[in-house]
Design a protein around this ligand. Structure first.
Ligand code: NAD
Length: 307
């Protein structure tokens, strides 16, 4: 096997690290030489209550294994305080794992404004607040690694999770932009859609499935992506039970209508099979807004032929 990937001298913030995936990430980084800020508000999986215990237990586990860790009990909405904890305890921040999360599952018809807002606050505003405080530090030291945590629900949609799926896909957009903006300063940002047994999934997945979904099978990808030797940037991965795959967009070859004449819905109806056909060998995988625009720009010159 290749050389052990170590994180000696690195300072890692893991949000929501009191249980589930976050705990697994924090323990792993602690075991590989990093100093870890174990952040957890200690709330229920639907966001009620608060307790210092969740973070304290994980800090104790890391220290018992000979690692370095401190607890932080702030909500990710106070992300600047989490970064402050890292700076006070260890003097730097190198890696941010935005992992904290809650659910407020309910059908869209019954969803309240409060349930919509709360999910955006924890997942989107929370990630933003931690990153906003860490970003100038990353830029100055010319090093930073970020992992955001999305969900299959965000990528594909999921019944009863309009709030969660919208917020989770927002993190993919955030990741793509930070990857572009951070690149020149050696700041890499990737995003994972994990699948793991945790209190978040234990009520929705059957026990035999949960037994095969260990959080420890997600963490090694997080660690790999955060290592200084890893070049990957701006990518989205599905990961769980030992499976790791990368996702990208696919666009059909489409159809260009003449750009100098009014376009009618009936023309679109006529060409619908072509517009939606992924199987005719013309589909592409645009990887940037520039590549996305090429299809549109190439149609600028598409003028109607003289009859
Ligand atoms: P979990 O409930 O075990 O862990 C989430 C942690 O976040 C909890 O310890 C909780 O106390 C903490 N937290 C909640 N609100 C917080 C806040 N405002 N500030 C700080 N900490 C807060 O669940 P998990 O399954 O380990 O989830 C981790 C992440 O992975 C979440 O973002 C979740 O949406 C995502 N995810 C999980 C799965 C899965 O299969 N488990 C699937 C897709 C996405």
């Amino acid at each position: 096997m290749a050389q052990t990937l170590r994180f000696d001298g690195r300072v890692v913030i893991v949000t929501g690290a009191g249980g589930g995936l976050g705990r697994s990430h924090a323990l792993f980084f602690g075991s590989r030489g990093a100093s870890v800020v174990v952040n957890d508000l200690g709330s229920s999986h639907t966001g009620e209550g608060a307790s210092t215990r969740a973070a304290d237990v994980v800090v104790e586990e890391i220290r018992a294994g000979g690692g370095k860790a401190v607890a932080n009990y702030d909500s990710v909405l106070d992300g600047d305080k989490i970064v402050e904890t890292a700076m006070k305890a260890f003097g730097r921040v190198d890696i941010v794992i935005n992992n904290a999360g809650i659910l407020k599952d309910v059908s869209f018809a019954r969803m309240t404004d409060e349930q919509w807002k709360l999910i955006f606050q924890v997942h989107v505003d929370g990630a933003y607040k931690v990153l906003k405080a860490a970003w100038p530090i990353f830029r100055q030291q010319k090093f930073g690694r970020i992992i955001n945590t999305t969900s299959a629900a965000g990528i594909y949609g999921n019944f009863g999770q309009a709030n969660y799926s919208a917020a989770k896909l927002a993190l993919v957009g955030l990741t793509r932009t930070l990857a572009l903006e951070g690149k020149k300063d050696n700041i890499h940002c990737n995003v994972i859609a994990p699948m793991a047994a945790s209190r978040m999934t234990e009520t929705v997945l059957p026990p035999d499935m949960l037994a095969s979904l260990k959080p420890e099978m997600v963490t090694p990808l997080v660690a790999y992506l955060c290592h200084e030797s890893t070049a990957e940037n701006g990518s989205l991965f599905e990961v769980g039970a030992g499976f790791i795959g990368k996702l990208r967009w696919e666009r059909t070859g489409g159809h260009g209508f003449p750009n100098d004449k009014p376009l009618l819905p009936e023309q679109i109806q006529e060409k619908w099979e072509v517009i939606t056909n992924f199987e005719d060998g013309r589909a592409t995988h645009p990887d940037s807004t520039q590549e996305s625009m090429e299809g549109i720009i190439s149609n600028f010159e598409n003028v109607s032929k003289e009859e």
